[in-house]
Design a protein around this ligand. Structure first.
Ligand SMILES: Nc1nc2c(ncn2[C@@H]2O[C@H](COP(=O)(O)OP(=O)(O)O)[C@@H](O)[C@H]2O)c(=O)[nH]1
Ligand SMILES: [Mg+2]
Length: 217
């Protein structure tokens, strides 16, 4: 039997179409924990049918789902990855390895096709990352949704944003707590099915920018 190395928390809102591919790509030793956030497309059933453990979270929002998954995880190391097929779970292996010399390993998205990453999201991300480098002296270039860290250390950090500001607030609090933050390049593709809930729509982008703005020190 393969030893479990880490739990991969996958926040999901209507990702039934992309989840099978994401779960099939889970590397040995990485166990998937799908957090279903009021999906209406059978996401939870699809996740279970493809071998994932499922947790339900009623309070909407990306941060809400991620937090519920981290709380429910039962491994020392937790990873977080989107359920839309835009990232490769296989790349989590080297990220977890990098935890030997780090407290937080964040994926820096490298787009393979520009259309998968709307220009407004990309520009906002670049500007915010530059601000974090300048204000907090951390070497990050992406407010990335893929990360690996230690579960209890993350819970103790007290990230309170329950919407799309979660990734930024995590970086801010980690920097303030003098965490060793390391970035690793990851491949970023267009989602394989379904619709974007965050940066792909004007409303989603507006909510994300507001959430990010509140989280900036
Ligand atoms: N559980 C949950 N997941 C969410 C919510 N909003 C977004 N997600 C998930 O977070 C991940 C990133 O969202 P996505 O729509 O791909 O955002 P984008 O990459 O900025 O277009 C996906 O796995 C979504 O299903 C939410 O309110 N609840
Ligand atoms: Mg996406």
């Amino acid at each position: 039997m393969t030893t479990v190395i880490a739990t991969v928390v996958i926040p999901c809102l209507n990702e039934a179409g992309s989840l099978p591919g994401v779960l099939a790509a889970m590397p040995p030793g990485f166990t998937a924990l799908v957090v279903d956030n009021n999906s209406t497309d059978g996401t939870a059933d699809v996740a279970r049918a493809h071998g994932a453990r499922v947790v339900h979270e009623r309070v909407p929002g990306y941060g809400s789902a991620v937090h519920a998954g981290v709380v429910a995880a039962d491994t020392d190391i937790v990873c977080v990855l989107d359920g839309d097929g835009s990232m490769d779970p296989g790349e989590l292996v080297s990220m977890v390895d990098a935890l030997a010399d780090a407290d937080l390993v964040v994926g820096r998205r490298r787009a393979v096709r520009a259309s998968g990453w709307p220009w407004h999201a990309r520009v906002g991300n670049t500007v915010l990352a530059a601000r974090l480098r300048q204000r907090l002296n951390i070497d990050v270039h992406d407010i990335g949704p893929v990360r690996a860290c230690r579960r209890q250390q993350l819970l103790d950090l007290g990230v309170s944003d329950r919407r799309s500001g979660y990734p930024l607030q995590l970086l801010v609090l980690a920097a303030r707590a003098n965490w060793r933050i390391v970035e690793r390049d990851i491949t970023y593709r267009p989602r394989t099915a379904g619709k974007s809930k965050v940066s792909g729509s004007v409303k989603g982008s507006a909510i994300a920018i507001w959430d990010f703005w509140k989280a900036i020190p």
